[in-house]
Design a protein. Structure first.
Length: 368
């Protein structure tokens, strides 16, 4: 049995080591020096950006407020006239309960134009998958992913050149494909690269928000520099948590250069177009990971985007409200599944299709 008190004490004892490692890195190396130190390593985990010479490793945030009412007042001013958007997906997969190979994907989205009169849109799109679309177990996951990114791209295209930010619940880095068969990974990568291209073309930032990240890109870089033990012994959020100077503070931006064993080097070349940072959104939680296309920093839009993220986290009480709202629109409940099966049975009967429900499923529903 893990003893929480002793674990907390052990982590506290390690804090001086973490502080020493990060301080040494922050104070002693310029961007040019760090690039030279890492030049012989093709994928060192992370690479510096121009912020290496202009920002400390951990950037404090001001103002701080004595109460949530003042924080919400600040958030309203920041968000006024800015359109934010998020899309999320849910699905019902065929599981043998109905003798008809049919699946359902629902992608929901929330678009808030932050006007005084409360101008926003919540909507969903449905895609019904039949046998030809269900060629592999991963087919539904792919269709859902593609549907979410399609909505993000459509939003950015509509908002081209306007003050707008798109939120994506997940990572732009392909490590999440580890459970996808290698032969089925390329479409995901193509879709992500297209998302980055649309963001740059429209000048609408897309923010990948990872609430509980286990990434070790920064830790790996420090290990290559000899400042941490190798092999990613601690994740980036845990490395930084004890060092963050308060709510809203963030890490310096870095360029992703992850040595990803799940993808070939040619498949992850786009990684270096993705910047990442860590943002403190709660006093008792590790910082969240944010990923943005590099054009946002190149064009000097990063501080504006970070304030939009902070403001939406104020509204969402620690989590971006657009992502929360999109999830609520998209989610499919147990009752939704029951309605879906009942509707399919009626339709199948009208079309004289074989859509019988298994006796086991009928028994379960009767007992529950």
């Amino acid at each position: 049995m893990l003893h929480p008190g002793k674990l907390a004490a052990a982590l506290a004892a390690k804090q001086p080591d973490l502080r020493q490692a990060t301080r040494h890195h922050a104070e002693d190396l310029s961007q040019a020096e760090l690039e030279r130190a890492l030049a012989a390593i093709p994928w060192p985990g992370a690479l510096p950006t121009t912020e290496q010479d202009t920002q400390p490793l951990l950037v404090p945030f001001t103002p701080q407020w004595p109460n949530h009412h003042q924080a919400r007042t600040w958030a309203r001013e920041v968000l006024k006239g800015v359109t934010t958007f998020a899309a999320d997906g849910s699905h019902l997969a065929p599981d043998g309960e109905l003798a008809l190979p049919v699946g359902l994907i629902q992608v929901g989205w929330f678009e808030n134009r932050h006007q005084p009169q409360g101008d926003y849109t919540k909507d969903v799109s449905l895609e019904l998958l039949a046998a030809p679309d269900l060629t592999t177990p991963a087919a539904i996951d792919w269709r859902r992913f593609r549907g979410e990114l399609a909505q993000l791209e459509a939003f950015m295209t509509r908002q081209a050149g306007q003050p707008a930010v798109a939120f994506f619940d997940g990572s732009l880095i392909g490590s999440f494909l580890q459970n996808i068969p290698p032969t089925q990974r390329r479409p995901y990568l193509v879709q992500i690269e297209q998302l980055l291209a649309v963001s740059e073309e429209t000048q609408v930032p897309v923010v990948a928000y990872i609430d509980q990240s286990h990434a070790r890109d920064l830790s790996d870089m420090l290990a290559h520099l000899g400042q941490l033990q190798p092999h990613g012994w601690v994740s980036d959020p845990l490395l930084l948590q004890a060092l963050m100077p308060g709510w809203g503070s963030r890490a310096r931006f870095f360029r992703c250069a992850r040595q990803d064993r799940y993808l070939a080097a040619t498949q992850r070349r786009y990684y270096r177009r993705v910047l990442f940072t860590y943002l403190q959104t709660g006093s008792r939680r590790p910082p969240v990971r944010l990923e943005l296309p590099d054009w946002v920093l190149d064009r000097g839009r990063h501080e504006w985007v970070l304030n939009i993220i902070r403001a939406e986290c104020v509204v969402g009480l620690g989590y971006p409200y657009p992502l929360e709202a999109a999830d609520a629109v998209a989610v499919l409940t147990r009752q939704d599944r029951a309605r879906f099966l009942a509707t399919l049975q009626v339709l199948a009967a009208e079309l004289e299709l074989p859509a019988t429900v298994s006796a086991k499923a009928v028994s379960k529903r009767r007992r529950r």
